[in-house]
Design a binder for this molecule. Structure first.
Ligand SMILES: Nc1ncnc2c1ncn2[C@@H]1O[C@H](COP(=O)(O)OP(=O)(O)OP(=O)(O)O)[C@@H](O)[C@H]1O
Ligand SMILES: [Mg+2]
Length: 455
């Protein structure tokens, strides 16, 4: 659950939204204009700021800058009307997470907020509290023999105080498994701290991990403790561990070997007692050959390897997962969806799910959002799901029998990339190997031509 600021001139509107979102467990704050929004931003750290694209007393892009300047992980969600859609798009270019066009329903708003909070999980503060719930073992579903092997290993390694490296494709549940190890370990009462090493540039990552003293560098106006200190007596989860610089790797190695470190700008050595779980979907052997990942660190991190199977390898699990996500999404969006039509189920079962469980989860949520009936139909899926059935060649692109226009193929890939990344443009751009600018340009053209709709 998050801390959220609603900004806008209409007090009744703000109050309605606040009542709804606080009923879901979020902590809500309100501001009527730009100035009071800034005051709020100074008082609290927000997970999300939501507000109208037309902001009294300032511009929305200024507000985005101010919010992001205070905390990179704050997601901004913008409301537009039909005549301010363009401004909404600009706001997204200026760093907003997404925009919602009026009229929208409250569950649709909640859906966006949940996505934004999820996308930010990677660089959130150390947290113990409500979202620990996510990591409870009963939330990790699966009956297939390949996932049961993982469960078995989790319970076997959890109690031992050893480093575990989790490998697996994107969206397979690496973070969930890391949490499960922690909450089944003897450290379960200690903190479970997550750090996404790929989300931050080198210097920021270092200060995030080890903390800093006031004055250690420009902008360090107060002392801050780092994640290794936060995680004392608990577990730290280093996600995307391959993305650490060699210097940071050396410091992490020292924590593993000596259990000690210094805050940036301090020469006082500190002790910390943490268990390290790491994850990556990169080939570390290749990186070690290239000299960009330390071998000694690799062997320290990788005392036990846990490989999470892809959804394709999890025979029979897709049905269980669909039911689970369907129930959750329809409850969340206050819809009464009872199930899925056989032809729709077949489409989902035939798809090869390169984005694994996360992609499945997004697909089901979107289908629930679209559905008008009590049952998800193939049509609900076709409206947005361009899933190609799995083909013999491990899911490579396949030219449809009737051919396809190249532009249409591009459109479908862009849409799929955006969906998989929860509409975070930067990530979608990475998936497609283009710069954010190119992505933006293409996106704008598609929207202008009416070929793509933002959620
Ligand atoms: N077995 C499962 N049962 C239910 N939900 C799951 C399961 N595995 C994963 N999920 C859900 O799928 C999504 C992706 O999981 P997670 O973030 O743990 O994957 P990941 O492997 O860390 O992905 P990435 O490589 O992109 O970081 C999450 O929303 C998670 O709650
Ligand atoms: Mg992850």
């Amino acid at each position: 659950m998050g801390t959220i600021l609603v900004v806008g001139p209409d007090g009744y509107f703000n109050a309605d939204i606040s009542i709804f979102l606080s009923s879901l467990g979020h902590s809500m704050f309100q501001a009527s204009d730009y100035r009071s929004a800034l005051l709020r931003l100074d008082e609290h750290q927000f997970d999300a700021v939501i507000g109208d694209v037309r902001l009294p007393g300032g511009s929305i892009s200024q507000l985005i800058q101010e919010a992001k300047g205070r905390s990179k992980s704050t997601a901004v969600i913008i409301f537009t009307d039909s005549d301010t859609v363009k401004e909404g798009l600009h706001a997204v270019q200026a760093g907003a997470f997404s925009f919602l066009q009026r009229p929208f329903s409250l569950p649709e708003l909640n859906f966006q907020i949940r996505r934004a909070l999820q996308a930010n999980l990677g660089h959130k503060e150390a947290s113990a509290g409500p979202d620990d719930e996510l990591y409870r073992p009963y939330n990790i579903l699966g009956e297939s023999s390949s996932i049961k092997k993982v469960f078995k290993l989790v319970s076997r390694v959890a109690k031992a105080n050893i480093s575990v490296m989790i490998l697996g494709e994107t969206g397979t549940g690496k973070e969930l498994v890391a949490g499960a190890i922690h909450y089944n370990s003897l450290r379960a009462d200690g903190p479970f701290v997550r750090v996404n090493c790929a989300a931050l540039p080198e210097q920021l990552l270092e200060s995030e991990l080890f903390g800093y003293e006031k004055g250690a560098f420009t902008g360090a106006d107060k002392t801050r403790i780092g994640r290794f200190e936060h995680a004392d007596s608990g577990t730290i989860f280093l996600d995307e561990v391959a993305d650490m610089s060699l210097l940071t790797q050396a410091k992490v190695l020292r924590v593993l070997q000596e259990r000690e470190f210094e805050r940036l700008g301090s020469n006082q050595t500190r002790k910390t007692d943490v268990r390290i779980i790491s994850a990556t979907n990169k080939d570390l052997f290749q990186l070690m050959r290239e000299g960009s990942f330390r071998e000694d660190l690799f062997y320290r991190l990788n005392v036990v390897t846990l490989r999470i199977p892809s959804l394709r390898e999890r025979e029979g699990d897709i049905g269980i997962l669909i039911q689970f996500f369907l129930k959750r999404a329809s409850a969340e969006m206050k819809k009464d969806i009872r199930g899925i039509a056989p032809d729709a189920l077949r489409i989902l079962e035939d798809y090869h799910w390169p984005g694994n469980i996360r992609e499945l989860e997004n697909t089901i949520e979107r289908a629930v959002l679209m559905a008008d009936e009590e049952v998800i139909t193939a049509e609900d899926l076709h409206m947005f799901f361009a899933g190609q059935p799995r083909s013999g060649d491990s899911g490579g692109l396949r030219l449809p029998d009737e051919g396809i226009r190249l532009e249409e193929a591009e459109r479908q890939l862009i849409q799929q990339a955006l969906e998989r990344c929860g509409w975070v443009q930067k990530k979608a751009a990475d998936l497609l190997g283009v710069s954010s600018r190119v992505m933006n340009y293409k996106l704008q053209n598609l929207i202008k031509a009416g070929l793509l709709k933002m959620p």
